[in-house]
Design a binder for this molecule. Structure first.
Ligand code: AMP
Length: 517
């Protein structure tokens, strides 16, 4: 089923009701959004000669046009490639090239970077700026009905960085998106047309995925006018729009707990905060429960199983008298309705309760594979199970607790950072012989990036400013190390492999770790 059908249906049934809002201002009613979706969808196909299955990327900060673009792409039977707008230009180039995107829809801020890629990225035919004159023209094209989409058709390429340092595109089909949406109703919350969803976190990630069940049920999608996470603004929006929920990384929840405007408004108006994507300190979670009451749901998921592996329900959060309440708060909850979850040993044999191993997932929400990467797909989906790379254990009641990640992933401020990408950037500096990057527990950001740097033999180590500059030239700003440690030689094992565990232990002792072990 084509998700654009949802917009079309609400457009017919409730044309005058608000559908998209920028802050308190209604940006489009369902009638207007449906007309724009159909116009822009048809326009994309006709003006750029695109056919179903072609890829169209979105590089945009959160704004109502983001959702207009997303649903227009689907209306046309095209595959959306929502790209993290905070990436570096070279990272945009890689994703556009790898997905062979024909068109990119962007905003004014990102237009210069993307326009500079026309001619460099072979597949790229056009850059459309929204809002803008070209977008308005597209959106007012003569309309046609949504293109037929089969359940197995790719709908969203979710690019996630891999251990190899190059991002991989998790291919999410129409079925995957539908299952993720239905399972939201099963395990997180029912949604009604009187509700609203606030997109305070990037639409290219969890917030966008959780936007879908809200569009499906005809709730209002609200994008903060600031595009960001301003406490006063969120407080005002909670008062303005009824039944509001939003997705937030744990670090964002922590920030909001400290904001009296949000806390006061939440007490009467907030429906649910869905948090996840990274571990949350127990103390922070207890503070959040005190501030917001039992309005928190935790989810554990990944791009490959779009935000749907386990959840810790509001009821579990509220059950303070349960003897294992705190243990449960430190878990990621129980498996979602539509998936099977296993913990296995190195040979994929199921482990008994209490034993720690890799978390595997199977179900209709699990991605079809990695875009154009048969080898990585075969590896991660071996035996028909998604190998998450996360390490955890089940307790006797069926709650899963994550203990570690078998991947090197660092999650800082809710953003994923793969050490290899940062190491490769650092290694471009001629004075660097070797670099190893690890995450240090950080009470504000969850983790922060720390780089251990070995200088070229006999040379003085490069300056922090030089290393920062090298990173800024090659990778997104938020991936840059927060701290550097210059070492004579990095610890290695017999095979010369850098002992990251030792480095992690060294930095871990400097801060508090949110993960139980
Ligand atoms: P992404 O694909 O960007 O959504 O990142 C997914 C990864 O984030 C997972 O494989 C986990 O390592 C981590 N993650 C997601 N949700 C949680 C959670 N609730 N608690 C701890 N880690 C999480």
């Amino acid at each position: 089923m084509n998700p654009a059908v949802w917009v079309e249906r609400h457009g017919r049934r409730r044309p005058e009701d608000p559908a998209l809002a920028e802050g308190e201002r209604v940006h489009a009613t369902w009638g207007a959004w449906a007309a724009r979706t159909a116009g822009a969808g048809t326009g994309l196909r006709e003006q750029f000669g695109l056919t179903p299955g072609d890829r169209v990327a979105i590089v945009m900060r959160n704004r109502p046009e983001y959702l207009e673009a997303l649903f227009a792409i689907w209306h046309a039977g095209l595959v959306a490639v929502p790209v993290n707008a905070r990436l570096h230009r070279d990272e945009f180039a890689y994703i556009l090239e790898h997905s062979a995107s024909s068109v990119v829809i962007t905003d004014e801020d990102h237009a210069p970077d993307l326009e500079s890629l026309l001619g460099t990225v072979a597949s790229l035919r056009a850059v459309v700026v929204a809002p803008g004159e070209r977008w308005t023209r597209l959106a007012s094209s003569p309309t046609a009905p949504p293109v037929d989409m089969r359940p197995e058709d790719p709908a969203w390429l979710f690019y996630t960085s891999g251990t190899t340092g190059r991002p991989k595109g998790a291919t999410l089909t129409a079925r995957n998106l539908l299952m993720a949406s239905l399972s939201y109703f099963a395990d997180i919350d029912p949604v009604s047309p009187q509700d609203s969803i606030l997109h305070a976190a990037p639409l290219s990630h969890g917030s966008g995925l959780y936007g879908l069940p809200h569009v499906a049920r005809g709730a209002v999608s609200v994008v903060p006018a600031s595009g960001g996470v301003d406490g006063d603004e969120i407080g005002a929006l909670l008062r303005h729009w009824p039944g509001m929920s939003f997705f937030a990384a744990p670090t964002m929840v922590k920030r909001l707990v400290g904001d009296p405007a949000v806390v006061a408004a939440a007490a009467s108006r907030l429906k649910t905060i869905i948090y996840g994507g990274a571990p949350m300190y127990l103390a922070d979670l207890e503070d959040a429960l005190t501030a917001f009451g039992p309005r928190l749901t935790q989810i554990y998921g990944q791009g490959e199983s779009p935000m749907t592996i386990t959840a810790l329900s509001k009821a579990d959060h509220a059950d303070r008298n349960h003897p294992r309440w705190r243990d449960r708060l430190q878990s990621v909850g129980t498996p979602r309705t539509d998936v099977e979850v296993r913990v296995v040993d190195g040979e994929d044999h199921v482990l008994p309760v209490g034993e720690v191993g890799e978390v595997l997932v199977r179900g209709d929400v699990v991605m079809a594979g990695y875009w154009n990467d048969a080898k990585a797909t075969a590896d991660v989906l071996r035996g028909g199970w998604l190998h998450t790379g996360d390490v955890g254990s089940f307790d006797a009641d069926g709650y899963l607790t994550l203990r570690d990640r078998s991947k090197d992933l660092i999650i800082s401020g809710g953003m994923n950072i793969y050490p290899r990408e940062v190491e490769e950037a650092l290694m471009r500096h001629p004075g660097v012989r070797a670099a190893a990057v690890v995450g240090r527990p950080d009470p504000r950001w969850g983790e922060s990036v720390i780089a251990f740097v070995e200088a070229m033999d006999g040379a003085a180590p490069p300056s922090v400013e030089e290393l920062d500059q090298t990173c800024l030239e090659h990778i997104a700003r938020y991936k840059r190390p927060k701290d550097y440690r210059f070492v004579g030689s990095l610890p290695t094992n017999n095979y010369g492999k850098i002992l990251k565990r030792e480095l992690r232990q060294q930095v871990r002792s400097e801060g508090e770790d949110p993960r139980p072990r």
